[in-house]
Each structure stands twice: as structure tokens, then as C-alpha cells.
Design a protein around this ligand. Sequence first.
Ligand SMILES: Nc1ncnc2c1ncn2[C@@H]1O[C@H](COP(=O)(O)OP(=O)(O)OP(=O)(O)O)[C@@H](O)[C@H]1O
Ligand SMILES: [Mg+2]
Length: 395
Amino acid sequence: MSVVRLEHLTKVFAGGTKAVDDLSLMIGDGEFLVLVGPSGCGKSTVLRMIAGLEEVSSGDVLIDGENVTNWAPKERDIAMVFQNYALYPHMTVRDNMGFALRLRHTDKAELRKNVNATAELLGLGELLDRRPAALSGGQRQRVAMGRAMVRRPRVFLLDEPLSNLDAKLRVSMRAELARLHQRYEVTTVYVTHDQVEAMTLGDRIAVLDKGRLQQVGSPDELYQAPANKFVAGFMGSPSMNFATVQLRGDEDRTTVMLAGRELEVPDAIRRHPALVRYLGSIVVMGLRPASFAVATQPVAGTLPVVPLGVESLGDEKHVLFRLPANGADAAAPGDVPVAVDDVAATELWTAKVGQRAQLAIGRPVPLTVDLSTAYFFDPDTGEAVPAGERAVLAS
Ligand SMILES: Nc1ncnc2c1ncn2[C@@H]1O[C@H](COP(=O)(O)OP(=O)(O)OP(=O)(O)O)[C@@H](O)[C@H]1O
Ligand SMILES: [Mg+2]
């Protein structure tokens, strides 16, 4: 039974870096909340403040309604697995796992029981007498988790616990973590910079950028209805593509100029009622890679695209391209293809197409764009132009 509440939490480091900026967030009893954001956005600092390892500049940390902001770490009954965890190399798995309990002078029989039960849960039962050097990366990871879990903490904090593992092991540990949490139901905050990990693990996800909370919601909410351009670009892989476009027409027929072509945005205003305000002016349009498809012919409404890169992922292909210049025909003679490295990341678009598409770098290909799946953002604030209720439910 533990609810964690962060109220206006702020951390300014001695050098003046504002690592966490007015963060208010509630983590429910037994909830698995994922805190995600790019490197340096303040994730570890938030965890360290919850654990009491970092002094708070202002704001409060409450656990079960009690203000613990000035409590010492050991009084908070929180266990944390650090980003760069280290096991004691000279100790066996059993001793590593029992370490925190021994420090607290826990009864020997009790300690043994807890360590054995946790080891069993983590599939470490057979390995209790080994030293870390004789374990695989994944097994060491589980020992580090087990070491934190034996204490039966009120709150479990995990700082990128899977980052040292190879991709395959990460996926299986991810599934294991989800299973463990279901059984254990300890209130958990899990930090990662990997949005795929966030999407697959979290009941809810909190997105952080430059120390500021951008949005909190279920994986689906963040993906379907991102609150702003940052969240839209961060969640989803490959990332959403953005273009600054002029919105034309009226409520019945709305078009945008994309690469010099006038394209209709079906039901734009019905789906995003607030778009009315932007008619006749500039707006940022976001298109996910899956909004494209390869056309059989370059007809009106298709974008002539010169692939700068083609990535085959087995069951799909990613086409990297730069939006053609206004009105330019990509197939025009004399058009010199550029390399992916020569294009600024923000100008590089990605389309996700079927694996059977015949694609080659430098060979023009017409792409259709499904503008009914477009997102819109205010060009100044980056705030999403909200979708109507019906549109969100239908999508
Ligand atoms: N002790 C410190 N003194 C000064 N600045 C610090 C200190 N610790 C962290 N910072 C700064 O605070 C910001 C947030 O750091 P933090 O470690 O919380 O980021 P993070 O989101 O965990 O990043 P990563 O994903 O790389 O682990 C960064 O700009 C970092 O340089
Ligand atoms: Mg960190």
C-alpha cells in the first residue's frame, strides 16, 4: 500500500542547471509508472529525489500522504536499482542479495527465507552460491533486482535497469519484469530513455523534457493523442515527420501545400475542431511513417520521392527521404541525389512501407500520403491542436 506524490518538485544544481522543473505527479498504489525522456532530461534526478539521495531545491515528496521530503533515505523504505548497478564481486549471489537485510540485522532465518523466495521468483535458485563473475549479464541483472526486492520495499525505483543488456535479453527481461510486477504489485517508478521499453512496460508513462513534465498517460493515449510536438516526435519508432504548412480552404474542404502540391486533408476540421483557427495560416503537420504507401504510378496527389536510404527490417521497409522542393519533380534530370548524412535530422523523413516494395537509393518512387492520419501542432507553442472526442475514439 503505497502512493507516491510529487508536488512541484524542483532541482537546481550548484552550477545553475535546472535538472527538474516544477514536477507534479502521482504514482498510484501498486502502479508501474515509466518515466521516459531523452538523455539529460532529469530522470535520474527525479528518482534520486524520491529516494532521498538528492536534496530537493523546492517542492515535496509524499509517500502515503506523509511528507518525507526531509527524511533520510533509509527511513523511506524505498529500494532503488541504479543505472550503473554493481554487485559485490567477492560475495556470492546469496550474500549479494541478503546484503541490505544483513545491514539491518534482520533475523537469520527470516533473511534466508526472503532471499530464497526472491531468488526462486527471479529464477536464481540454482545460482545462489555463485559469484557475479560466473554469471551472464542477464543473471547479474536479476541479482541486482533481487538485491533490491528482498527488502520488500514500499516503493521500487528502477533507473534504466536493462541498459547493459543486449537487445534480445532486454526483451525477455522486460517480459519478466512485467510478470514480476503483476505478482508483486509494489508501487514502481521505472526510468528509461527508450520509448519502446516505455510503451511495452508502463501502465502509465510520464514524458519528461528538459526537466519539465510534457504529458502523462497510457501508452495508447500518448501515441494517439500526444499533447505536443515533443511527445509526438518522441513516442513511436521511427519518429513522426513534421512539416510546416499553410492550411487552406474552409471547414468543408481543407488542403495543405506539401512539397508544392496541394493535398486535401480529409475531415480535417471535423477531426480537429480547433483547426478552424488556423485556416489561412501556418500550422505544423505531423505524419507518422505508416501514413505513407508506395503508389503504383506517380499521379496527382503522390509525392515524388528520391530515397536517400532504404532499411529493410524483414517484414517492412523504411524509406529515408527529404521532402521534395516545392513543385519539383524528383525524376527531373540533373537532380543530384544527396546522402543521408548530408541532410539535417529534422529534414530527414521516414516512410514505413511494405517489404515487397521495390526500392533503391536514388531511384525515384511515388509515395501516397494518408492525410486523414495527420496530426497538427501550433507553430509557436508546439501544443497539439486537439482532436475532437469522436476522432480520438475512432482512431
Ligand atoms: N551532481 C550534478 N551537478 C550538476 N549537474 C548535474 C548533476 N547531476 C546531474 N546534473 C545535470 O542535470 C541534468 C539531468 O541529469 P539526470 O542525470 O537526471 O538526467 P537523465 O535524464 O537521468 O539522463 P540519462 O538518460 O543520460 O541518464 C543534466 O543536465 C545533468 O548534466
Ligand atoms: Mg539517468
